[in-house]
Design a protein. Structure first.
Length: 149
């Protein structure tokens, strides 16, 4: 009985989260909006159910691709992909709405070893905000973002 109650409570919380106002909105973009599992980038929606690049995205400029390599909630070096060798100054990792995606020291070491001097790990709404700010400042920045938990 307890497991059923916990499952029902968790489902209710997730449903309410999905109905809340946008977690991040910035009409100037390039990331215009972020909600639970859904990004609007340069006018295109990406989210679960096969929309655009999906709920986990890789963004460089306004180019959005699926971040398919992310599996589970602890990053490993092979999951950091598509950002090396592109002159990126800052890599931002959006570690989920609640920060559940862990970024161990080995990730920080690997990113630095690949020539990216600045790594920021933030909850996804904050990561979107920083990404937009750095793009507008003319910085060469990439975002790997987990769109849920």
């Amino acid at each position: 009985m307890t497991a059923v109650v916990i499952r029902d409570v968790a489902a209710d919380i997730l449903q309410r989260m999905r109905k809340e106002p946008s977690m991040f909105t910035d009409p100037e973009g390039p990331i215009e909006r972020f909600d639970w599992g859904e990004f609007t980038i340069a006018g295109r929606v990406h989210g679960a159910g096969g929309r655009g690049a999906g709920k986990d995205v890789r963004v460089i400029g306004t180019e959005v691709t699926p971040w398919k390599e992310r599996k589970g909630h602890v990053l490993s070096p092979p999951m950091i992909s598509g950002v090396y060798g592109q002159g990126i100054e800052t890599l931002i990792i959006g570690n989920g709405v609640h920060g559940m995606l862990e970024c161990p020291q080995e990730i920080r070491d690997a990113v630095e070893a690949h020539g990216i001097p600045d790594l920021r790990v933030l909850r996804t709404p904050d990561a979107c905000r920083l990404y937009n700010q750095l793009v507008r400042d003319g910085r060469k920045v990439a975002l790997l973002a987990h769109g849920t938990c």
